[in-house]
Write a protein that binds this ligand. Structure first.
Ligand code: C2E
Ligand code: CA
Ligand code: CA
Length: 577
């Protein structure tokens, strides 16, 4: 098979050109050639298409081979360049090679032509390959292959540049860290391929929000970072909101539509730090807070820092508050959707910090987890809640207590602790139900489900909390000892808008097939309540019925509870018992 060769001849004599071509065809080349003999036509030919090789006459009237060579190298082209000449003397040959030509040949003796070209083509291809390798190594060192975004190393470079510039010009800039929520579960349940597709789409959407001068990087896993050097027109809060909004439409992956949410942490230079490490670390702290509070985005503040002295002292204060009974437990009713009966209450802890005021439970629960007092907190909730239950029961109110379990509470000795607290409070196991989230289980699925099975075996109920915010499949959940499934508030809100109704319907039907009861949480309006009843939901919880309240207020509410608003119209009697 003839080897194709795209040859550019710089040659004023057509006959000489044909001699060269004939020699090449004899040598097995399928030559695709053109002949030029002026600077202009050479440049034109070089710009118009790609060539494998140039053969130039050394001396032509009005144009020389060395000029031609200079034009080629000036264009940054790495093309084998061979001189042929009728009059080439030894000295000129040396000059020609010095000027960067790859070889020179005498027109009268073209026997060396074919082997010379073969060698040059081989070497050119080796050079090309190693150039590719170098580019690729460069690319891999500074870019993320999957998303084509800058990686951590390049982001750091840009951050250092931004810092230097901002310092010099006394400017401010923002740095953000964005992390997808529950991404691990996408990978675990749909596979890494699906996870990769999600990351790519997330990258595309985020990039679309940003300006040319901004840097979006993938730091690794599902973590992205953004550098916003100019904050003149838009504050970081506006950008943060746009970024989160960009992720709102479901992401279509392999026939599924995934709701992907993210948490964003924001820091500003120079307010929050003056070194790359400090800024990155504090953006992380802010991001974790946003995750914890499910708030989408949060801006760094010193008291958020879990390693800050303040956080440690809050940990100590929390222990103190638990020990001296300074926490409060609020109770929110769960109501049967068919009968209107109050089935039980969810216990929700409250802590009003002497200086910082009321703290979100997610926050002090996390402080308790991080400073090692989560067990005390859980035990305090159980003790307080079960004593309250015993009191209500004594007063004729057979309420069941739902208590939340955080990730660190699923320890091996939980069943023993629970048995002890039940005995101390004079309570029966079936008065109690634990609420756990998918994320809690995912943390250590094997041990978690083992501990749960033991607690369940004692007669304590188990509810799966915040269902739908993770990506665990119901099939997987069916292997766990679960009695109740609580659909997350975010889906329930959307039922009114009609958007998520089919998801809620599917979850309810599937849960029923697995023999689970379904509770909808965060019910705030009567139309939502109506829809949920139509969809076959079993029970509801939410501010429409009653917000979480201290025990006194709750007892008063109970006494006045006459049943669900819409049920009354259907003539169903209220059933507080
Ligand atoms: P959760 O288990 O999902 O608790 C339900 C949350 O939804 C409560 O927030 C409740 O006040 C709120 N809520 C109830 N009805 C409505 C409604 O109609 N609309 C809206 N917008 N919200 C409603 P809260 O009390 O702030 O608790 C937040 C989270 O903190 C809880 O989420 C739970 O994960 C955690 N938590 C609370 N108390 C404890 C506890 O004693 N131990 C543990 N481990 N976690 C707790
Ligand atoms: Ca709960
Ligand atoms: Ca919940």
């Amino acid at each position: 098979m003839a080897q194709p060769l795209r040859l550019l001849l710089v040659e004023d004599s057509e006959n000489d050109a044909l001699l060269v071509i004939r020699e090449l065809r004899k040598g097995g080349f399928d030559v695709d050639w053109e002949r030029v003999f002026s600077a202009d036509s050479l440049v034109h030919a070089l710009d118009r298409r790609a060539w494998d090789l140039i053969i130039a006459d050394y001396s032509m009237p009005g144009f020389t081979g060395t000029e031609a060579l200079r034009l080629v190298t000036a264009r940054g082209l790495d093309l084998p360049f061979i001189f042929v000449s009728g009059t080439l003397g030894e000295d000129t040959a040396v000059d020609a090679m010095k000027s960067g030509a790859h070889d020179y040949l005498m027109k009268g003796n073209l026997r060396r032509l074919v082997p010379a070209i073969e060698r040059e083509l081989r070497e050119a291809s080796v050079r090309k390959q190693s150039r590719h390798m170098e580019q690729r190594i460069q690319y891999l060192a500074y870019y993320d292959e999957l998303t084509d975004l800058p990686n951590r190393a390049l982001f750091r470079n840009r951050l250092e540049q931004a810092l230097a510039l901002a310092r010099r010009e006394q400017r401010t800039f923002a740095l953000m860290v964005l992390d997808l929520d529950h991404f691990k579960e996408i990978n675990d349940t749909l596979g890494h391929h699906a996870g990769d597709l999600v990351l790519k789409q997330v990258a595309t959407r985020l990039r679309a929000v940003l300006r040319e001068s901004d840097t979006l990087a993938r730091l690794g896993g599902d973590e992205f970072a953004l550098l916003l050097p100019s904050l003149a027109q838009e504050g970081p809060d506006v950008v943060a909101r746009k970024l989160l909004e960009a992720l709102e439409p479901p992401i279509a992956v392999e026939g599924q539509r995934l709701e992907v949410r993210a948490s964003l942490g924001v820091v500003l230079y120079p307010q929050h730090g003056a070194s790359p490490d400090t800024l990155l670390q504090r953006a992380d702290v802010a991001m974790y807070l946003a995750k914890e509070q499910r708030s989408g985005a949060s801006v760094y503040a010193p008291h958020l820092d879990r390693h800050s002295p303040l956080r440690l002292s809050m940990g100590a204060e929390l222990v103190q508050a638990i020990a001296s009974d300074d926490l409060q437990l609020h109770y929110q009713p769960l109501v049967d959707l068919r009968t209107g009966a109050v089935l039980g209450v969810e216990a929700l802890a409250r802590w009003a910090h002497p200086q910082h005021g009321p703290l979100a439970p997610e926050r002090f629960v996390q402080i308790a987890e991080q400073t090692g007092s989560i067990r005390q907190l859980t035990n305090w909730v159980l003790r307080t809640g079960l004593r309250q239950c015993a009191a209500w029961r004594a007063a004729g109110l057979p309420l069941r207590l739902s208590a939340n379990l955080s990730a660190r509470s699923l320890e091996d000795d939980l069943p023993d602790q629970v048995a002890r607290i039940l005995a101390d409070a004079g309570a029966r196991p079936d008065w109690l139900q634990f609420e756990i989230t998918e994320t809690v289980l995912m943390a250590d699925a094997t041990r978690g489900s083992e501990v749960l099975a033991r607690v369940h075996g004692m007669g304590v109920g188990i509810a799966l909390d915040d269902f739908g915010t993770g990506y665990s499949s119901l099939t997987y959940m069916s292997r766990l000892p679960i009695d109740v499934l609580k659909i997350d508030r975010s889906f329930i809100v959307d039922v009114e808008r009609g958007t998520d109704e089919f998801i809620v319907k599917a979850v309810i039907d599937l849960a029923h097939n697995f023999g689970l009861r379904v509770v909808a949480e965060g019910v705030e309006t009567a139309p939502v309540l109506d829809r949920l009843r139509a969809l076959g939901c079993d029970a509801v919880q939410g501010n429409l019925i009653a917000p979480p309240q201290p025990p006194g207020a709750f007892s008063a509410w109970m006494a006045s509870w006459t049943g669900l608003p819409v049920l009354l119209e259907e003539g169903e009697p209220p059933a507080p018992s």
